[in-house]
Ligand binder design. Structure first.
Ligand code: SF4
Length: 66
C-alpha cells in the first residue's frame, strides 16, 4: 500500500499554504505552483501531507492509497 498526493491544477490558486505545511513533500516551482517532491509519500510524512490536504482552501489536494 502506498499513499499518493495529487494536485488539481484547475482548483489550485497557488497561495502556497500546502508547501509551508509539508515542505518535505511539496515544494513550489518558479511560478509559485506546488510540486510534489515525494511519490509515494513516505510514511513519516503522511501526517504533514494530511495537514496540507486539510488546510488547502481550494480543496485542490488529494491523498489516496493504492
Ligand atoms: S494550498 Fe491548495 S490552492 Fe494553495 S498552493 Fe497548495 S494546493 Fe494550491
Amino acid at each position: 500500500m502506498a499513499w499518493h498526493l495529487t494536485i488539481d491544477r484547475e482548483a489550485c490558486s497557488g497561495h502556497g499554504l500546502c508547501y509551508g505545511e509539508a515542505p518535505d513533500v511539496i515544494d513550489s516551482d518558479d511560478q509559485g505552483d506546488p510540486v510534489i517532491l515525494e511519490d509515494p509519500v513516505p510514511e513519516g510524512e503522511l501526517e504533514a501531507a494530511q495537514r496540507a490536504v486539510q488546510m488547502c482552501p481550494e480543496q485542490a489536494l488529494t491523498l489516496s492509497e493504492d
